[in-house]
Design a protein around this ligand. Structure first.
Ligand code: SF4
Length: 215
């Protein structure tokens, strides 16, 4: 490791994974600072700026202290920091690592053992122009694609987009209702009515702790 091996970190904390196929697993979250996007429903705007520069060694020490098998690297947008790629290479051999990323950066060079949770941006996020379609060529079958759905139009767009890019053939697709914006029950009923190959995802951490930070 060199002196360049640092990241701007917003927070590192122990919690229960609230999203993805690892929902419910005790997990160490490493939240990187900074994001160039401005999604309409963003609940981590505090991560846009605040942060502390930590060496990889300091980050690894905090991860070890939590004694979890699972580590999730999130943001902000983690890939906005170039050093994130090397950090993932460093931790991938020792933990079950997932990366939550916005689909605004290429995932081509992510370590093969890292599970990518790719957040496809819908029109109501106001960031759908940021989607990089080439990313769909680099998905592994244990990666996950997430759509945060704000309303009926977003739902219809997401279904069409999923089929157009054959996303459900590449990996698991998650439909998540935008918190306090779309009724989860309504989304569940739409999924059943249309018989679409997606998994409904409700943010467990919001159910447990609401908007509390570091949870
Ligand atoms: S990509 Fe994530 S962190 Fe960035 S604005 Fe969107 S929801 Fe917020």
């Amino acid at each position: 490791m060199s002196e360049n091996d640092t990241l701007l970190i917003n927070e590192i904390f122990l919690s229960i994974q609230g999203e993805s196929l690892s929902t419910g697993e005790p997990t160490t979250f490493v939240r990187l600072s900074g994001c160039p996007l401005r999604c309409s429903y963003c609940d981590t705007s505090y991560a846009f700026k605040d942060g502390k520069t930590l060496s990889y060694a300091e980050i690894l020490k905090k991860i070890r202290e939590n004694k979890t098998k699972y580590v999730t690297v999130t943001g902000g947008e983690p890939l906005a920091q170039k050093n994130c790629f090397k950090f993932l290479d460093t931790i991938a051999p020792n933990y079950e690592v997932s990366l939550e990323t916005s689909n605004a950066y290429s995932i081509k060079s992510i370590h093969k053992d890292v599970i990518i949770v790719l957040d496809v941006k819908t029109p109501k996020s106001n960031e759908s122009d940021s989607n990089i379609e080439d990313n769909y060529n680099h998905l592994k079958n244990n990666d996950q694609i997430k759509f945060v759905i704000c309303d009926q139009e977003d739902y219809e767009w997401s279904v069409e987009y999923m089929y157009k890019h054959k996303l459900n053939d590449k990996c698991k697709v998650l439909f998540s209702p935008s918190y306090e914006e779309m009724d989860p029950k309504y989304l569940a009923e739409m999924i059943l009515k249309d018989n679409i190959p997606v998994r409904l995802q409700i943010q467990l951490h919001k159910f447990l702790w609401g908007d509390a930070r570091g949870k």
